[in-house]
Design a protein around this ligand. Structure first.
Ligand SMILES: Cc1cc2nc3c(=O)[nH]c(=O)nc-3n(C[C@H](O)[C@H](O)[C@H](O)COP(=O)(O)O)c2cc1C
Length: 199
């Protein structure tokens, strides 16, 4: 095993909602707390409110619009250096929010050969349909999505005032998802090292 193999995993946690008054920070903070208890990974929160991406794409081979490069530069290197991702997403109209799709679409090779876990929340659905749609999108980007997810149905009623889930099953589900993420992240990091991913 090389020195690289023994380094902790870098996990980019992407908060997918930018809505004013959003519930996303409660869910994201709880997930970050879980990562903080582990000795095999560290998290980098990518909050699309703090680091918005442009919404106008250039023509093929064309120039970015003014100011776009700076916005992209605030996010892209962090996705590039990530060994794995966790997407924290609500469900909007049976899918995931537009700013999250925008952030995904600005990138390509940054996703290749890397695992993606999900924490979803919403109304009745718990964000499960958003996650299933994300799996399809991320397959196009050669990412590996993690089977087990965490979902909060009626999210606002699932947490106490300290931001802790009322149902301890959520904590168990987070551990399982992160364990699976770590397995894939280590395996794929080693695989990319031995044989760089060729799309
Ligand atoms: C535009 C919009 C569409 C929504 N569509 C759904 C939906 O299809 N299914 C669902 O279960 N909840 C839906 N909801 C409820 C959200 O998932 C829920 O309010 C969640 O907390 C929103 O995340 P946020 O507060 O971080 O933005 C919708 C909310 C919004 C604002």
């Amino acid at each position: 095993m090389s020195t690289d193999d023994k380094q902790g995993l870098q996990v980019a946690v992407i908060a997918g909602s930018t809505r004013n008054g959003r519930f996303a920070p409660v869910v994201a903070d709880w997930l970050l707390g879980h990562v903080a208890t582990r000795d095999d990974m560290t998290a980098d929160l990518i909050d699309l409110v703090e680091t918005p991406l442009p919404t106008t794409f250039p023509s093929f081979g064309g120039e970015l619009e003014s100011g776009a490069a700076e916005l992209i530069a605030a996010v892209s290197p962090r996705l590039e250096s990530a060994d794995a991702f966790v997407i924290v997403t609500p469900e909007y109209n049976h899918s995931f929010p537009a700013p999250l799709k925008n952030a995904i679409d600005w990138h390509n090779h940054q996703w290749h050969g890397k695992p993606v876990g999900f924490v979803s929340y919403g109304g009745l659905s718990g964000g499960l349909r958003a996650v299933e749609q994300l799996r399809v999108v991320l397959a196009e980007l050669n990412a590996m999505t993690i089977r087990n997810t965490v979902s909060f149905h009626g999210a606002a009623q699932c947490f106490d005032t300290d931001g802790k889930p009322l149902d301890p099953a959520a904590d168990a589900a987070a551990k399982t998802m992160l364990d699976q993420l770590a397995w894939w992240a280590e395996a794929l990091r080693e695989a990319r090292r031995v044989r760089p991913f060729a799309a």
